[in-house]
Design a protein around this ligand. Structure first.
Ligand SMILES: *Cc1c(COP(=O)(O)O)cnc(C)c1O
Length: 473
């Protein structure tokens, strides 16, 4: 493909994307396919001779759209959001063309420095304490590929720190006794990180709002110290995946400080809302955390991968994660300014120039624009909650504080599972379930900016219609 051909095909692609977004309402929110569906749609082997763009484009509907969850559909209310926006797509396009990886400052000076600036911009939007800013002290932030990566980096760095403290013991002796804590409602990635780090983790009980409280954590630590274990790491969640419960950071933080435990805050969904002053109190106590993360790729209109991760002292993660290699040596600076080498902040070396799409989005939306999007989603969730509350057959399962509403039929789990399968069969909206303390419920999330008030009403009508059928059968 030569540059002129790219100009033609690129224009074609932009038109395809624009039409796709423009007509998204006409598509069903999730596909009618079974595992293995693709095998019959594409050849078993790559073509030996190259094909034309037209050939590829002609297969988009038949192959891609056939098996695609329409996350951009206004009727897609499953899981939690995955963000995308036109400004972010523009950034992604340019980043893909330049393929300059900010793994070290030398490998992409502007990519590194724009990431430094964007992480500071975002930290200021969230009113994070100075310690997390490059411009504020020893801390800073970077883009992680996902929240799973962020938690993994946090726990292996915490593990390295605590092993170093026990000079009289072997690594194995310490490792055997390490214990981490999180809540029973924490995301699966926390348990996964502990498994990868070869450390035990306790998933502690939550209160009646599904939040982890200080007293529960303190009791667990006491109990484990008595057994000779070494508590070292706590992951608190601001906005759990199941119900958007908010762990009590103001209680948990001081305990971590007193006990010298590494506190990681996973605020990946709800934390995005903390750019609005009225939601900022959710992360009160963030100054006690060693690491903190939110996912702009969830609720700040930036395409994945874009998980934002901060540490209050860069050395805490750089030391365990850096390995010297001559071919990665950085060009020495003559002005005395040091910039981070982001390869020492995670597992990846080659990584996207992700700061570009952040820069585009922050500038084109503006902080106010991003805040207004969050407020709009919150308001629509409240509208949905009001509809649920007005129907006495249903109940709300958890306080509605974000874009997520957890609800169920007053009745047993089996009936609610049946309701979900009927809603699925209708294929008009997409919602997903969860279970907390043995109670099965349905989750309705405002996931995408194409959703409007009328879509909230539509979704509720679909649910009521299926409930009518279920309850009269
Ligand atoms: C979505 C979610 C994650 C996982 O995020 P990824 O970026 O997909 O890894 C982790 N924690 C919470 C609370 C989440 O909601």
């Amino acid at each position: 493909m030569d540059p002129e051909e790219f100009r033609r095909c690129g224009t074609d692609m932009v038109n395809y994307i624009t039409d796709y977004m423009d007509t998204i309402r006409s598509r069903l929110p999730f596909p009618d396919v079974q595992p293995g569906f693709l095998r019959e749609q594409i050849p078993d082997e790559a073509p030996f001779h190259g094909e034309s763009w037209e050939n590829v484009k002609n297969d988009l509907e038949r192959v891609v759209m056939k098996g695609l969850n329409q996350w951009r559909s206004p009727h897609f209310h499953a899981f939690l959001p995955i963000a995308s926006s036109f400004p972010a797509l523009l950034g992604d396009m340019l980043a893909g063309a330049m393929i300059s990886s900010p793994g070290t400052w030398t490998s992409n000076p502007v990519g590194t420095e724009l990431e430094v600036s964007m992480m500071d911009w975002l930290a200021k939007m969230l009113q994070l304490p100075q310690q997390f800013l490059f411009s504020g002290g020893k801390g800073g932030g970077c883009i992680q590929a996902s929240a799973d990566d962020a938690t993994f980096v946090a726990i292996i760095s915490a593990r390295a720190k605590v092993i170093k403290q026990f000079k009289d013991k072997t690594k194995g002796q310490v490792l055997d006794k390490l214990i981490a804590y999180t809540s029973e409602e924490a995301h699966s990635s926390v348990e996964k990180a502990a498994h990868l780090a070869l450390v035990e983790i306790r998933c502690l009980e939550t209160d009646d709002k599904f939040a982890l409280r200080g007293t529960t954590l303190a009791a667990a630590i006491r109990e484990d110290r008595k057994k000779g274990l070494i508590p070292f790491f706590v992951c608190a969640t601001v906005g759990t995946t199941s119900t958007c419960a908010i762990d009590n950071i103001s209680e948990i933080g001081p305990i971590c400080e007193e006990e010298d435990l590494w506190l990681h805050i996973d605020a990946v969904y709800a934390g995005c809302a903390c750019i609005c002053p009225e939601y900022r109190p959710w992360i009160n106590g963030v100054e006690y955390s060693t690491t903190f993360s939110i996912n702009p790729h969830k609720w700040l209109h930036i395409n994945p991968p874009c998980s934002a991760f901060w540490v209050k002292d860069q050395e805490l993660i750089n030391e365990p994660l850096s390995v010297d290699a001559m071919y990665l040596r950085v060009r020495s600076a003559s002005n005395g300014v040091t910039m981070p080498d982001f390869r020492n902040w995670h597992v990846q070396l080659t990584r996207p120039f992700g700061a570009l799409k952040m820069w585009f989005v922050f500038r084109m939306f503006g902080v106010h624009g991003l805040q207004e999007r969050i407020r709009k989603d919150m308001a629509m969730a409240k509208e949905f909650e009001a509809l649920v509350l007005a129907d006495s057959r249903f109940e709300i399962v958890a306080d509605v504080v974000s874009g997520l509403v957890c609800f169920r039929l007053k009745g047993d789990n089996a009936q609610n599972e049946k309701l979900l399968s009927m809603i699925d069969k209708s294929r008009r909206i997409c919602i997903t379930p969860s279970i907390s303390r043995g109670i099965f419920y349905l989750r309705f999330c405002i996931s995408v900016y194409t959703t409007e008030s009328r879509d909230v009403v539509f979704a509720w009508e679909v649910i009521q219609h299926e409930a009518d059928a279920l309850l009269s059968s």
